[in-house]
Write a protein that binds this ligand. Structure first.
Ligand code: PBE
Length: 298
């Protein structure tokens, strides 16, 4: 008889506790039956810069997944998103971010992409090199390098981790170029040295693109170019190369992420093809969260 009473008491206590634990007070979430991921993260997906393709894709996901009807995407910046992720991760709190790889965050934290049964974020992406029309005639050496520039996600990640750990982008790029002479010599094969010719690369302050622009910039500099790295938002990056205000960009995520920009500017650009394969975008959460699919966001 007594045993049974204790049992009921414990059961009731458990019920009360689980009903109270939904407001971020540091208890172990995810396993509590009375809470939902949505409540815990305030129905919020932490986004990045408004012009990013991943923001457009996420707006689409909010429309197409019924379970996301009450969720919102918060505009932010790549740096602020990563800082929020780090903060939540250190406290083992739930968080949902717009994420992509390659990225240093996968080297530093144990994270996972949420499955995307509706395929909103597409499959694998390539990062492609676009140059202004006429560059081949005007700057054949730079064109040759840009055309031959190709590396692996792991290469890019090395540069990104270095920058995240505190190196200046230029310093990290220089170090990487010096340590990878063989690969770099494939990019520069057949490219003649120049003396002080000007070349400009447009990029966005996404971690991936900070790494690639600085590495390619360094290689062109070593060839004798005076390199100008121009940091812009996504739309203006495409526009500047299309209009010939910048010479090149190595930051077009295709076929999906930047499809709209390609529709708008593709005809006015020359596409030199992928410089990296196996990139990906999607919704990313810490591995300790007890969900696996976008459909689990409720
Ligand atoms: N990104 C990184 C970009 C492309 C590179 C995934 C944040 C975007 O979503 O447009």
């Amino acid at each position: 008889m007594k045993k049974r009473f204790v049992f009921l008491f414990v059961l009731a206590l458990g019920f009360v506790l689980s009903a109270c634990s939904g407001n971020g007070n540091g208890t172990d979430k995810g396993s509590d039956e009375g809470t939902s991921v949505g409540k815990e993260v305030k129905y919020k997906i932490v986004g990045i810069e408004p012009g990013a393709g991943i923001m457009q894709a996420t707006e689409k996901a909010l429309k197409e997944y019924d379970n996301l009807a009450d969720w919102k995407l918060v505009e932010s910046s790549s740096t602020a998103m990563a800082a929020e992720l780090q903060k939540a991760y250190e406290k083992k709190e739930p968080i949902v971010v717009t994420g992509w790889s390659p990225h240093w965050k996968f080297a530093k934290f144990d994270l996972k992409y949420l499955e995307d049964p509706k395929g909103i974020y597409g499959e694998e992406e390539s990062i492609e090199t676009l140059v202004r029309k006429g560059l081949k005639e005007d700057q054949p050496s730079a064109y040759t390098v840009l055309d031959q520039f190709h590396w692996e996600p792991s290469n890019m990640e090395e540069v990104m981790v270095e920058i995240h750990d505190g190196a200046e982008p230029k310093e990290a790029a220089t170090k990487w170029v010096e340590a990878n002479k063989d690969l770099v010599s494939e990019w520069t094969k057949g490219a003649e040295e120049v003396s002080g010719e000007k070349i400009s690369l447009a990029y966005v302050a996404w971690d991936t693109e900070i790494a690639s622009a600085n590495v390619v910039g360094k290689v062109l500099e070593d060839l004798g170019y005076e390199v100008d790295l121009i940091q812009l938002d996504a739309g203006p990056m495409f526009a500047s190369v299309a209009e010939g205000d910048a010479d090149a960009m190595v930051a077009a995520w295709l076929p999906l992420t930047h499809a709209d920009y390609m529709d708008q500017y593709g005809d006015k650009l020359e596409n030199l093809g992928p410089n990296l394969e196996g990139a990906k975008t999607g919704l990313v959460v810490p591995a300790y969260m007890d969900i696996n699919s976008i459909e689990d966001l409720k």
